[in-house]
Ligand binder design. Sequence first.
Ligand code: FES
Length: 176
Amino acid sequence: MPLETNGNNHALSRRSFLAALMGGFSALIAVVLGAPAAGFALSPTLKSGKKEEWISLGAPNDFQVGQPKMVDFTIMRKDGWLEQSVSKSVYVIRTGDAQFTVFSPRCTHLGCIISWRSEDKSFQCPCHGGIFGLTGEVQGGPPPRPLDTLEWKIDGGKLIASYKDFLLGVPDKVEA
Ligand code: FES
């Protein structure tokens, strides 16, 4: 009788051990497979490879009222596993003592880079003749919407802006 009991105990403990092992193994698989999925779901910025980037554009007094000025900078962009620096620029227009407008320089038609023509007091696109006024409104050509404005603020005595790209060729300003 005691031998049988021992045998049963051994069988039970072996079964318990195997069950525990399988449970642990299943949990490990769940963690290995689930962690990346959870991270993917929880982080839309990682999913798109984008993150909000505030760019320093200089001191407010670097800009004269009513005079658009292009500011160049580089940002980091992630494409899959590849992260690289990309050259970008914005147009800054000082509209008052501490008031600014910051435009994306991408024409809203197909994305060519506009340039300010002081003699015409307009932004002009070299690709298909798009013309924008000082406040970004379309004055001519095929662009379907005004120039895209970017959020800005003064931080630590510097003008900074949140750089973003927007969909091209559509009437509404939609983040790309
Ligand atoms: S890209 Fe500017 S008008 Fe076409």
